[in-house]
Design a protein. Structure first.
Length: 675
């Protein structure tokens, strides 16, 4: 890089005429524009293109000051000498033009200072979109230092400057809104013409951030006012506002119609009287009272004073029909009772362990059984699960295991009815090699495999009498001996047994050992038949529908009218297993997204074959009417579902559902008096 140091001796310094003469001389000597663009003037840390007259003059180089002319690209030595000679010659010139120079300098400085101190930002680019001038306001708004803007391509340092578009089209663009980092601006962009050609462009932008904030605030205020008006017009209460004299300044439509109806004037005094109004203004306290403003209707009246800077500025009055408020309070009391009931239900359901949440059903009878199972899962006690075939005994047994501390251990299921008599002992307790014909190697029994976990003995009622004694010993001693062996094996295993038989009856008939029965029956859990929990049928149907959607790759979403009714009317002797098979059949046969009655088995559709209706004649009433009368007479005397249920000998959930069914909830506790 070449550099020469030049000193200015002229009285007015490097003023506009001298700067223009220097640029003209350089352009005459150096025809290559790329070389010209790489000649800079450095002065007091600032660096500007020498051919940029505005930037050059803005340096304000005074008399006796030195500056450097830098050539980033090499030029002939003769040109350097020409520039030095130029400054020597102009310094030796007479003062013929001194007055002209002074005027030019003054006007140039005035123009520069005016532009520099504009509150609006200004950027000037040449015809190549290079920034040649930027004022302080632009630097502040763009938040980019001037040395990073000057002599840079505008589009590279100022995102969305759009000045290149002005250079291309020569069009003026006015008041375009633009979002910067911290400011919102309105930008005006215009081309600079000389001799009919575009030689540059200028952008002037105004900071409208504060105006934008005010505009947004005004918009929010307007929206808030509109919402408030909408609310006031939507409520059923009669609402009005007054000034300090009591004259209405606002009233909703309900209040306007009411005042017209009672022929009241446009002042609150016409409603409450002068005395009440004066008292409100003096005391500045809210007023509550019941007022008989119509012959057949009273109103709960509320008047609140409006205080601004501790001074009375008016009031807000609201009128609520007394009868409506009374009805609302009664409904609120009923809702509180419902909430109390739902909270009780929720607390009970939250008591179930997570493993039991997968069991489908909300019926009271099922929940009571699952509640016991959930509690006993935390212990090692032996459990006896009873219930008809297909009620989900194994599902509950697995849930007990998965909720217990043994969940990481094995869950071994044994169907005592499915194993031949001569193999059951070996299957349960294992055998040693050679213990009997065919025993070619040692075999671990189910109890050993379940060690550390849970063994589920299904159909325990079918276990032969002799083996019952050995099982009793295992339960008592917690140890086994393999068939053909003499070594005692200690066990840490939980036993869950299940049966669809009445074991107590089998004990009485001598078919089941009483001591084993009492050992198994430590924690009895009975699972209700599906016909006794029919409120769960829709939930189960929907669950199996989703299961077979996945398995069969279908998208069944609807039920034909009468489908669920037919399912609900059937007595389901095979319980959940039979229901599951029925839904699988219907899902397999359907050809669209609907489950149809025609795809149900004939014995389900033929209701008369499995059920009958009592025909009532004479003075007898249907059972439901008697039931309704019972609840109608009992409900007013008890304050809660629990107490009503205890009085009638039913569960609180049944009591709640019956009151809802007969629409008698409003009677609950009506005659009850606290003692």
């Amino acid at each position: 890089m070449q550099k020469i140091i030049v000193k200015v001796y002229r009285k007015n310094g490097l003023h506009i005429r001298i700067a223009a003469t220097l640029i003209t001389k350089l352009q005459n000597e150096i025809k290559n524009r790329k070389v010209l663009k790489n000649i800079f003037v450095e002065y007091k840390g600032k660096r500007v293109e020498v051919i940029n007259l505005l930037s050059l003059v803005s340096l304000k180089i005074g008399q006796g000051e030195e500056f450097a002319i830098c050539f980033d690209k090499a030029v002939p030595e003769s040109i350097l000498n020409e520039i030095k000679l130029f400054f020597e010659q102009i310094d030796q010139e007479d003062n013929r033009d001194s007055e002209t120079d002074r005027l030019l300098m003054e006007n140039s400085v005035i123009l520069q200072e005016a532009i520099a101190n504009l509150p609006n930002g200004m950027i000037v680019v040449n015809q190549e979109n290079i920034i040649t001038f930027v004022n302080e306001a632009a630097v502040r708004l763009l938040e980019i230092p001037s040395n990073q803007l000057l002599n840079q391509h505008a589009d590279q340092v100022i995102p969305h400057s759009k000045l290149h578009e002005i250079l291309q089209t020569g069009e003026i663009r006015i008041a375009e809104k633009q979002i910067l980092k911290s400011y919102t601006i309105l930008a005006n962009r215009a081309p600079i013409f000389y001799d009919g050609k575009v030689i540059g462009a200028v952008a002037i932008f105004q900071d409208v951030s504060d105006l934008e904030k005010v505009s947004l605030e005004l918009q929010r205020e307007k929206e808030l006012q509109e919402r408030l008006n909408l609310v006031l017009e939507s409520v059923s209460d009669l609402i009005a506002m007054t000034d300090e004299e009591g004259d209405f300044t606002y009233m909703n439509e309900q209040m306007r119609e009411f005042l017209f109806k009672i022929d009241a004037n446009e002042s609150i005094v016409g409603l409450i009287g002068k005395r009440e109004w004066k008292q409100l203004k003096v005391q500045n306290q809210s007023v509550y009272r019941v007022m008989n403003l119509l012959e057949d209707e009273a109103f709960i009246t509320k008047i609140n004073p409006v205080l601004i800077d501790a001074g009375f500025r008016g009031a807000v009055i609201s009128l609520s029909p007394y009868n409506e408020m009374k009805s609302l309070l009664e409904k609120l009391e009923l809702m509180e009772k419902r909430t109390e009931y739902l909270e009780q239900e929720l607390s009970r359901h939250l008591g179930l362990d997570e493993a039991f949440q997968t069991i489908i059903g909300h019926s009271e009878t099922l929940f009571e059984s699952l509640s016991i199972a959930s509690k006993v899962s935390k212990t090692n006690s032996t459990v006896l699960i009873t219930g008809e075939s297909g009620t989900g005994k194994e599902l509950v047994a697995r849930a007990i295991h998965e909720s217990s501390k043994r969940q990481k251990g094995a869950f071994i299921r044994v169907n005592c009815a499915a194993i031949p008599y001569n193999l059951i002992e070996s299957e349960l307790f294992g055998h040693e090699k050679g213990a009997f014909t065919g025993a070619f190697k040692t075999h671990q029994g189910k109890f050993e495999l379940a060690n550390g976990g849970t063994i589920f003995l299904d159909e325990i009622g079918d276990l032969n009498f002799d083996l019952q004694a050995k099982l009793l010993r295992v339960l008592q001693e917690r140890e086994i001996e393999r068939v053909g062996g003499n070594r005692t094996i200690k066990l840490d295993v939980r036993v869950i047994a299940a049966t669809n038989e009445d074991l107590h009856r089998l004990v009485q008939e001598g078919k089941f050992r009483a001591d084993l029965y009492y050992r198994l029956n430590i924690i009895p859990i009975h699972l209700p038949a599906l016909r006794n929990r029919k409120e769960d049928i829709p939930l189960l149907v929907d669950h199996f529908r989703q299961v077979y959607n996945g398995q069969l790759g279908k998208s069944i979403k609807r039920y034909e009218k009468g489908f669920l009714e037919a399912i609900g009317d059937y007595h389901w002797p095979g319980n959940i297993r039979e229901l599951q098979n029925t839904i699988e059949r219907a899902a397999t046969l359907t050809e669209d997204g609907t489950l149809y009655c025609k795809d149900l088995p004939e014995y389900i559709l033929n209701r008369d074959s499995s059920s009958f209706k009592i025909q009532l004649n004479g003075d007898l009433l249907p059972l439901e009417k008697y039931e309704r009368q019972i609840f109608e007479h009992a409900a007013p005397n008890y304050p809660s579902y629990n107490q009503l249920a205890r009085a009638l000998g039913i569960t609180h959930k049944t009591a709640a559902s019956k009151l809802r069914k007969y629409q008698l909830e409003h009677l609950l506790g009506k005659n009850y008096q606290h003692s």
